[in-house]
Design a protein around this ligand. Structure first.
Ligand code: SAH
Length: 213
């Protein structure tokens, strides 16, 4: 597959759709205008790549809606150089947005097939996180903690304590919490012991896998 001016045109349109839905961060919109989403999904879905839709990827997982990715990215308020932990690499689309925002990204994936595929392919498009990790997002990444921002891109039945513990004071954890549907929940760490909690609306994610293997 190639990236053409037609794809570029579709991406510009997608950015306009996201703008109309409330995304105002120009850096996020520029990332959407730039990242070749059609190259991250199965070629049979190529014609839908720049609609605001989710799609199956491998291992029964999905690439999130562009709106969801843009919303989470905007909410995180990434500052260049910040250390960001992403749970749920999936297709790598959200990873690419974080890299366009100039974050230093650590990305964890639980499905080996996706970990392998995305960690091979994404760098070929020029998107190079600090590390791809095959592991369990419930545990976070203690050896690299603390993080300025932690973003979870799968539906969490509860808020894993290690993730709260691995956020810097002043930092943020953004996590969709719930079973069938999730409430996008933002925790801002105000002090070692205090978190401010904001609920930011309903979303639908594939479940964050527990006790796999
Ligand atoms: N940001 C991705 C979203 C993929 S869907 C994208 O836009 O493509 C959620 C991803 O989280 C899936 O790839 C799934 O395998 C992964 N996942 C589920 N449970 C996990 C866990 N416990 N730890 C890490 N990743 C997990």
């Amino acid at each position: 597959m190639r990236d053409t001016t037609k794809h570029q045109g579709l991406r510009n349109q997608l950015a306009n759709v996201l703008k109309a839905k409330g995304i105002s961060d120009e850096n996020v919109l520029n990332a959407i205008r730039k990242i070749p989403r059609h190259l991250l999904i199965d070629s049979s879905f190529e014609s839908h790549a720049y609609q605001d839709k989710a799609f199956p990827i491998a291992a029964e997982q999905t690439i999130s809606h562009p709106f969801t990715v843009a919303f989470q990215s905007q909410t995180l308020e990434v500052v260049p150089g910040e250390k960001v932990l992403e749970i749920g690499t999936g297709s790598g689309y959200q990873t690419a947005v974080l890299l366009e925002l100039k974050a230093e990204v650590y990305s964890i994936e639980r499905q080996h097939e996706l970990f392998k595929k995305t960690s091979m392919f994404l760098p070929k498009l020029g998107y190079k996180p600090k590390r791809f990790i095959f592991g369990d997002g419930y545990k976070g990444l203690p050896e690299q903690a603390p993080f300025d921002k932690i973003i979870v891109t799968a539906g969490a039945p509860y808020v894993p304590k290690p993730l709260l513990a691995q956020v810097k004071v002043g930092g943020k954890l953004l996590i969709p919490v719930g079973d069938k549907e999730q409430v996008m929940t933002l925790f801002i760490r105000r002090s070692p012991l205090e978190f401010e909690k904001h609920e930011l609306g309903d979303f639908k994610f594939v479940p964050m896998l527990e006790k796999k293997n």
